[in-house]
Design a protein around this ligand. Structure first.
Ligand SMILES: Nc1ncnc2c1ncn2[C@@H]1O[C@H](COP(=O)(O)OP(=O)(O)OP(=O)(O)O)[C@@H](O)[C@H]1O
Ligand SMILES: [Mg+2]
Length: 251
């Protein structure tokens, strides 16, 4: 286990984890008068899957929204592909390759599956089109349901569509907020397989917010545990012990 708040330790992490794609340093952020995130530092390296763990309300979604530029930061810095994100609005960060699947899925319910996918393709052009076959091979059900309205799909199918849409924007950093929430086990397995398959390409990093620990363990390389807006533990996922889970993650 790597203890946090030691600058020497961060240097050690970077060495063993490869080149950083995203670095969040000493971040404080929140809403209006309430600071939710306090002194948060995390790194996501190239081709790495990082799990952000923690109980309800600890600030996981707020951290994602700060990285994406929807929540402004009070202190600290965010650097992505070598650039400071200060002053970059959400759409600029998206164009730089941040892909987002929000908590609770984000599809257009009145559009068909195909039209939902087209919306992403219209943003990404040929790079996205090259990913279309991949999306259909990761989530074959989407190909079978192209004409169906998004809103009539099951929760799991909607989640697959939401992830498929994000992949078609051809991101460098795919940000998934609780993709397994309320979803049946067979589809959870497919989403985990999809993460392994994306990882094998070595072209994309993933931030995975997750409360389903088996899934986080199976899918991620490195973890951070948040409690009351601060990182309290971090380490390679192989070190995510049952005692840590008991202490910080079980309800
Ligand atoms: N738009 C908002 N305005 C004000 N406070 C907010 C807003 N969104 C979240 N909060 C507060 O920020 C804190 C952290 O919420 P956040 O949604 O980031 O937690 P979370 O870890 O993602 O929780 P969950 O696991 O339930 O999704 C909570 O106290 C929440 O009430
Ligand atoms: Mg959340």
């Amino acid at each position: 286990m790597i203890e946090i708040n030691k600058s020497s330790c961060q240097a050690e992490n970077s060495n063993s984890r490869g080149n950083p794609l995203l670095s969040v340093e000493n971040l404080h952020a929140g809403y209006d008068q309430s600071i939710i995130l306090k002194d948060v530092s995390i790194q996501v390296s190239e081709n790495e899957v990082v799990a952000l763990l923690g109980r309800n309300g600890v600030g996981k979604t707020t951290l994602l929204n700060t990285i994406l530029g929807h929540v402004s930061l009070a202190q600290g810095s965010i650097s992505y592909v070598g650039n400071s994100m200060a002053g970059f609005p959400p759409d600029a960060r998206a164009r730089m390759g941040m892909g987002y699947v929000p908590q609770g899925r984000d599809i257009f319910p009145t559009l068909s599956v195909w039209e939902n996918l087209q919306v992403s393709l219209s943003l990404s052009g040929s790079a996205g089109e090259e990913r279309l076959d991949q999306v259909f091979s990761l989530f074959p059900v989407l190909k079978e349901m192209l004409k169906r309205k998004g809103g009539v799909l099951s929760g799991g199918q909607q989640q697959q569509l939401a992830i498929g849409r994000a992949l078609l924007t051809n991101p460098n950093l795919l940000i998934l907020d609780e993709p397994t929430e309320g979803i049946q086990p067979s589809i959870i397995d497919q989403i985990e397989d999809a993460i392994h398959s994306i990882k094998a390409e070595k072209k994309m990093s993933i931030i995975l917010v997750e409360q389903y620990i088996d899934f986080a363990r199976g899918a991620s390389d490195y973890f951070y545990i948040l409690e009351r807006g601060s990182v309290v533990k971090e380490g390679p996922t192989t070190q995510l012990s049952d005692s840590l889970i008991e202490k910080y993650l079980t309800v």
